[in-house]
Design a protein. Sequence first.
Length: 328
Amino acid sequence: MGSPYCIKETYFFESIHTKIDVLFGKIERAWHGITRTPKPYRILVKGIKLQGNHAGYAAWEPERSVPELQHVGEEWAFPDYKVPDHTHRHHEFHLQLSGQTEWSVKGETCALGSRSLIGVGPDTRHSMKASGRHAHHFIYCSIDIPALFKKLDISLSGSPLAKKYFKIEDAEPFVEPFQILSREMRRKDKHRAILIKNTTESIAYLLDRHCSQEKSREKELCLDDLVVTKAKEYCECYLAEKLCVETMAKSIGISKSHLFYVLKEKLGVSPFAYHAEMRMERAKEMLKTDYLPLTAIALELGFGSSQHFSTAFKKRYGVSPSLARKNT
């Protein structure tokens, strides 16, 4: 069995004090102390690897009491730094703390900005193929999600975690747990194990919360799509009548305000504008396929007169109904 304090590899710039301070400011200076080998960090100096474009560490199986946590790492990198194509047996999570990166996951491109996160499923090939024009900073970890969720009695059924990858645009809630996890990798005291355990479990709960919110949003989107379908059916049935939004909402089974909200969100229009648009579309079809006089078409679609119809049609399509019919 390896040591519970097991940093397998550490690497840094040859002149780390100057380069890292310039790139990332004073906030990381505590971490840079590893190059001066004070007592708590002497173990880190073993197995040093010098890299020309990045600095950081990787800890594999860092805590025996938390077997679900497979590895943890942190990197400060120049723009030309890339991560080659690779896979892991378990989920890997990459939290972008600053800068921008572009990932490739099974041929699909995923761009990450500051304070965003990507989660990649087991045995899914992925790589960081670009990192923008500026230096960047990220923390990553690999977790045996099925084992940890089972331990915490969290269901994986229907979770976005089952996908080959997913992205969290606003990953601010994950920043502090990831930073704590990374800091504890470099400590060796009686509190280390419990902090790693609690933080790993906190990340699991945060992932579950995010996935639950995603499922709720997907459900809402499905319901909103149904509202749009029913709104379309209603408008088709009552094209010739003056629209009553309250009656329309009641027939769909939602409130008037929610009907306005859904149509604005999904289609960018109000119920009145949607009804008017469908009337115009129907008029355009009738001009192509029917040979009714313009007055008859106008009356069938609920216009008060052929002149009213012609004005509305020309405003919508830029030509008169008669000219539109002639051009078909």
